[in-house]
Design a protein around this ligand. Sequence first.
Ligand SMILES: Cc1cc2nc3c(=O)[nH]c(=O)nc-3n(C[C@H](O)[C@H](O)[C@H](O)COP(=O)(O)O)c2cc1C
Length: 346
Amino acid sequence: MSVSSEPMELATPFTEAAGVEVPLICGAMYPCSNPELVAAVSAAGGLGIVQPVSMIYVHGHEYREGLRYIRQLTERPIGMNALIEQTSRVYRERMERWIDISLEEGVRFFITSLGNPRWVVERVSAAGGVVYHDATERKWAQKALDGGVHGLIAVNDRAGGHAGPKSAEALLDELGDLGVPLICAGGVGDERDFVRALRAGYDGVQMGTRFIATPECRATDEYKQAIVDAGPQDIVLTERITGVPVSVIRTPYMERMGTRAGPLARMLLRSRRTKHWMRAFYTLRSFRQLKRAALGESERDYWQAGKSVAGIHGVEPAGEIVRRFAEALRAAGGTRGGAVGRTVEL
Ligand SMILES: Cc1cc2nc3c(=O)[nH]c(=O)nc-3n(C[C@H](O)[C@H](O)[C@H](O)COP(=O)(O)O)c2cc1C
C-alpha cells in the first residue's frame, strides 16, 4: 500500500498546531494585510494572518464581515494578530472584542505583539486555540512563556515593520532551547532563505515584504515596484513614522524628511510620564499616513519593507510563492516531520 508522505515532508510542530501544510506565514501587515491576500496564502497551504485595524480602517470591512468574506475565499485556517500594548482602555476593549469575534468565527491561531499575552492565552486556550508571541530577545520571550504562550515569533534585525536588534542566527541560539516552536521573522525573500531557515532548526518562517509584491495585495503598483527594485542597502530605519524605528525604503521623500524624530518628540518619548501618550499620538498619526501612502493617496512615500527585498525580483501571485517555497523545501529533503535538529549553520 502506498501512503502519501507529502504532508509529513513539510510538517513541523508549528504546522501541526496551526493545521496548515506549509510552514510559511504571511505576517500581519498594517496597512498591507487585505482579506484577499490573507485568503490567497491560506488557500495555498500557508497561514495568512489578519491585521484587524488594516482590515477595518484601510480596507473598509466590518470585522466579522471581513472574516466571513475570507471564509468565502478559503475554508483553510487563518490567524489573527493582536497588538496588545496597553495604550488605552478603549483600545483594550476593542481588541478583546476582535479576539472574541475571531474565536466565534473559527480562528484558532493568534499572534500577539507587545504587552503581556496572558489574557489572550486564557481566552484562546479555552477555545482550543494557540497563541504565538513576537519576541526580539530572551527576556521578552521568557515573559511571554510565563504568560503561557505556545510558540514564539523570533523577529530579527532584517525584518520589515519594527525590526529587532538581533540576527536570525543569534535568535535561534538564544531562544532555541525554550521548548516551544520558533518562527523566523525577517529577511526571508526567496526560497533559498526559506529552506535555510527551516533546515537550521526554525519550525516556520513568517514573511511580510515578499507578500506585498503580489497581485492580491492592494498596495499601489509603485510601492510593489519599489520593493522589486530595492536592494538591502536601500532599506533604512526611521523613527519619524511611529516614534520607534521602522524599516522603510529610502525614497526622495524619506531623504528630505530624515530618519530621526525631532528633539521635542524624542524627549516626550523618553519621559516616563509622557511616553505612553506620545506613543498613542504617533500610532494614530501613523495609521493615517501609512494608509494613504500604501493606497497612493499621498505624495509621501512611506513604503515599509525589510531587507528581504534582496530576494524579491518580481510581482508574483501569493499562492505561487507558497507553492514554490514548499517545492524547494521538499526538494531539499523537507523538514523530516518536524524533527529538524537545531544545529545547522544558517
Ligand atoms: C508593511 C509592513 C507592515 C507590518 N505591519 C505589522 C503589523 O501590523 N503587526 C505585526 O505584528 N507585524 C507587522 N509587520 C511585520 C511582519 O508581520 C513580518 O514579521 C515581517 O514583515 C517579516 O519580515 P520581512 O518583511 O523581511 O519578511 C509588518 C511588516 C511590513 C513589511
